[in-house]
Design a protein around this ligand. Sequence first.
Ligand SMILES: [Zn+2]
Length: 170
Amino acid sequence: MALLRRRGTPLAVVFAGAVATILPDADVVSFALHVPYGSTFGHRGFTHSIVFALLSSLALTLLFRKHFPYLFLCAISHPLLDALTNGGRGVALLSPFSNHRFFFPWRPIEVSPIGALDLGVLWSEARWIWVPVGVGLLVRALARRGRAAPLKTASPTKPAPSAASDTPGR
Ligand SMILES: [Zn+2]
């Protein structure tokens, strides 16, 4: 979790980002309500749209008064990643203006069966999402650490300060 936190980003905002990424799949309740899959309020319908990502991230931004770009990226990441899966229907990115379901032409991620745990799906998500994200965050953290604490080199022109010079004057 520490890798996800930028300096000054409260843990509550990081948690809100996680909520924003999960929220679109609350539409699975539509199956229990017998809403047709392909309708605007069916699975991968309106809750997987750009408008919904804007609305949900704006609502979360009101709680924290800032962090909109981070929260929007979290919210929109869900439908974009769903559009990279190899099953189900596409995502209604342009809902409510259009109910067309979109997929990317390249769909390497195994679709997750609703309500079931499949190790093949978990491996696919790990390989295409979690490992690249983890490597990216690790590289970013190492780059920041490198910037924050540059290597100390001895200066040939300046003598090293003595212990006496570190003591405050009277
Ligand atoms: Zn989804």
